[in-house]
Every structure is written in C-alpha cells, then in structure tokens.
Write a protein that binds this ligand. Structure first.
Ligand SMILES: C[S@@+](CC[C@H](N)C(=O)[O-])C[C@H]1O[C@@H](n2cnc3c(N)ncnc32)[C@H](O)[C@@H]1O
Length: 322
C-alpha cells in the first residue's frame, strides 16, 4: 500500500526535498487524512470523484495511489471552477525549503485548503507557531477536523488572507498558497524585519526579504507555480487577459513558459506585442532575472534591476489594505 514515506522518497529522488527535517515531515504526515476525496479529470473533460469510503475496492485503491502521487488534488469545485486543492507535493517541498525556517520561528500560511501544508509546518515547528488562514468557513472547518485527526493543532483563522492574521502577528515567515497579482501590504506589515514572505505572483514564486513594515525585495525562484488565485478581498491589480491569437506575437513565443511569465507579471501595463519585444530583446529571460520591490508601500516588478529600465507597477500604498 502506498504511504507517506514512499512519497517522501520520490520527492527526495527528484531533487525537490533535501532537508532532513522536511523529509521527516513528509514521511510522517499522512496526506490521506487531508484528502478523503478529490476530483480527477477523465475523458471528455468530465470530473470524477475518488474517495476513501468508496464501496468498490478497486476505486479505493485508485484513491490511495493518487494521494501519494506527486500531483495536485482538486478538493473543492463549484460550477466548474476550482476553489481549493491540495497543491503538488514537490512544489510544496520546494516552497517549504525556500522558506528557510529554523526552530522557534512563527509562520503564517495564506490558503489553508486541505490543511496538509499546515500539518507539515506544524510537524516542523509545533502547532503553536503556525497560523493558517482561509476565506471559507467550510474549508477551515474541514481542515481543522483533519488536522486534529492527524494530531496537529495550528491556529486556524477564517478570513480574508489579504489582511494577514493580525491577532497572532508578528511572523518570521509568511507563505501563500494562492496566487496574487501583488504582495498584500499586510503580509509585510505583520512580519519582523529580516522575515521572508514567499508569495506566488503570477506564475512565479517570489521570496521577499522584509526590510521594514512597508519595505522588502526579492528575486523570483526558477520554479514555475500555478496556484488557485486569491479570491475576494481588496483589489488585486488589473486582470491579465489571455493573449488574443490574432495579435502579432509570434506563435513560438506563445509556447514559451518564460513569455507567459512576463505576461502574467507585466500584462496589466504592457501590451502583448511590447512584452514580446522586451522578451525577445532581453534574450528570453527566465524567472530568476525578475524580481519584486516594495518601497514605502509602493510595489513594482522589474527585470534585472529594481531601478530600471524595465519596471512595472504592481500596486500603490492603498491597495490590499494594510
Ligand atoms: C491551493 S489551495 C491551498 C492548499 C493548501 N495549502 C493545502 O495544503 O492543501 C488555495 C486556497 O486558498 C484559499 N483562498 C483563496 N482566496 C483566499 C483569500 N482571500 N484568503 C484566504 N484564503 C484564500 C482557497 O480557499 C484555497 O483553499
């Protein structure tokens, strides 16, 4: 029977998990407790539910083997829209390692979802040092039950993660597992100087080193990340629209992840063809050449140099509500 230790060994073999403390967390936290059912897409784009208590033993076996595969699992879907999922374990492992936690640190997670990532954090740091927030009381209620069943007791807050969780601040680390257009100011304001805020911005992951309540900076990791977007809350900047096929961007560029990354980051302020010219002339830059800076509450993304020439505003001091 597949088990957590098999998943841990697979993640380590793939190079996604090297730290022994995180290896122990992945080997010992049972993901199956957090995903008693999930949806898989089958032929014709239909969604099928696999669940722990299925009367058919073959389907129960499929459920369990999927739990310990390195794949994201869709756990909540409404009107065809994916609302919540348990993220891909190798992506979670890379994020947790990039978070550079040490014993005694206090961590805020935005996007409780299934509660599995909060359990990994609680295994590593102790439940009293972990706070996790989700928008939806149905999601936090279920996550609380699963966390308790697995023996973990992080603080679970139902609310808009854009506002952080001021009641338990300050934090040494903030990790978001839903995608944002810009890093909400509250995440920096509720962190200590020197903290790291790891946020999925567009289709990348940026660790911001916090310099003060309204200041921070970081460069994107090479890891691509496709998270459920943050819902509701304060304005998150302009929506990025898919590139219309009729526009003059050459089709080969549209097939490149690095071009889509730039569109996701600068799509609100750059027309697709201008983005294409920049991408071409800059030598098709990969994610690590981009970064995000927050100075005195103003926030922008940049290519190569925070002070230009290629910078794009991600939000003013009022956006996101500090
Ligand atoms: C990919 S899932 C999180 C996965 C989770 N960390 C886990 O281990 O299962 C993203 C979650 O973000 C939540 N979310 C979306 N918008 C939010 C918001 N404004 N505040 C807090 N959570 C939000 C969704 O409800 C969803 O549960």
């Amino acid at each position: 029977m597949p088990a957590a230790s098999d998943l841990m060994r697979r993640l380590a073999a793939r190079g996604a998990l090297a730290d022994p403390a995180w290896q122990a967390a992945f080997a010992e936290v049972p993901r199956e407790v957090f995903v008693p059912y999930y949806y898989v897409t089958v032929s014709g784009g239909r969604r099928e539910r696999l669940w722990r208590d299925d009367p058919d033993p073959e389907r129960r076996a499929r459920w369990l083997s999927g739990v310990y595969d390195d794949q994201p699992l869709a756990t909540r879907v409404r009107d065809g829209e994916l609302l919540s999922s348990s993220s891909q374990p190798s992506l979670m492992a890379r994020m947790l390692e990039a978070l550079e936690v040490r014993d005694g640190m206090r961590v805020l997670e935005i996007g409780t979802g299934s509660g599995y990532n909060a359990a990994l954090l609680a295994h590593r740091l102790g439940g009293a040092r972990v706070t996790t927030v989700d928008l939806d009381p149905g999601i936090t209620g279920t996550a609380r039950e699963h966390l308790a069943a697995a023996g973990y007791r992080p603080r679970i807050v139902t609310g808009d993660g854009v506002l952080g969780a001021p009641a338990y601040a300050p934090y040494d680390r903030v990790i978001a597992t839903c995608a944002v257009r810009a890093v909400p100011p509250a995440w920096l304001a509720q962190s200590v100087p020197g903290a790291l805020v790891l946020a999925p911005v567009g289709t990348g992951l940026v660790p911001l080193r916090v310099e003060g309540p309204r200041d921070g900076e970081g460069r994107f990791l090479s890891t691509p990340a496709h998270f459920v977007p943050l819902r509701g809350g304060a304005p998150q900047g302009e929506e990025v629209h898919p590139v219309p096929s009729a526009c003059a961007v050459p089709p080969h560029a549209l097939r490149q992840g690095s071009f889509h990354f730039l569109l996701g980051l600068a799509g609100g302020s750059l027309a697709p063809y201008d983005a294409y010219e920049l991408w071409r002339d800059a030598g098709r830059p990969e994610r690590e050449r981009y970064g995000v800076t927050v100075r005195d509450g103003l926030q922008w993304a940049w290519l190569d140099d925070p002070y230009g020439p290629h910078t794009w505003s991600l939000g003013g001091p009022l956006e996101g509500g500090a």
